[in-house]
Write a protein that binds this ligand. Sequence first.
Ligand code: FE2
Length: 283
Amino acid sequence: MDDRDKPGHDDTVSGERYTSSQRLSPAGGVRINGVDLAQPLSPAVKEAIVEAFLAHHIVVFPKQLLTREQQFAFAVNFGEVEVHGAHRGASKRYDVAHVMSNLDVDGNPVVRISKAANYHWHTDKPYHRAPPLLTMLRAVEVPPTGGDTEFANTTLAYDALPEETKRRIASLRLVFRPAFDASRPAVDHPLVRTHPDTGRKALYLGNHSSHIAGVPEGESAALLDELLAHATQRQFVYVHRWRVGDLVMWDNRCLLHRVVVDAAMSQYRRVMHRSVVRGTVPF
Ligand SMILES: [Fe+2]
């Protein structure tokens, strides 16, 4: 193992890029220190961030103080920022970073477990023909402990599958429809998708999927359960413990994620600002 592959390794990158970076787990994640995302990025810093993103899938920038507009301006570096909440009508649509929280209408923390909740393993908006490339969250208010986000690396999970399973699933397509609105038209995507930037294969599954096209219902459900259980084993997972000011961006093309439900989520406010960058049609 190269030193660079060990969790906790520190390297100092040229001052023109950023101060230092630290790999966070064998499953992915890197922390980048010494860059102020409220300022426009130099071409060198932007390139270094894209490199880190493709190598580690999850990039953590601690201590970021950003307005929602500054977060939007940062997100634009990576592509077209999606308007969110279109299904909720014009009044709830946002074109800058929008607010996600565990608060009820009175501002009190509450846990709502629905089929659509982000407590289930999922990728963001897989029910779109061209699902998001990346999502970023900035922690505005977080519980003192708990409310972690877990990320499962579906490239590592794919690589670890038996060859026989790889052959069995190679050309299968998974049907997605939003768990919050069954009336929407379904879309289907390859169960094994190829990352457009790295060329690596990854499993693409999780919540909002209904069944594998052309496979009997029972067989489809059993295979999806088996693949999800495989992909979310601890060795493929990075757990992010939030601190106020963390901005975390992740690659939806090769990760599943979920929020951990724990006592903290019903006791403490958890408020995040979220931006989503449009991706391309999976292949
Ligand atoms: Fe999500």
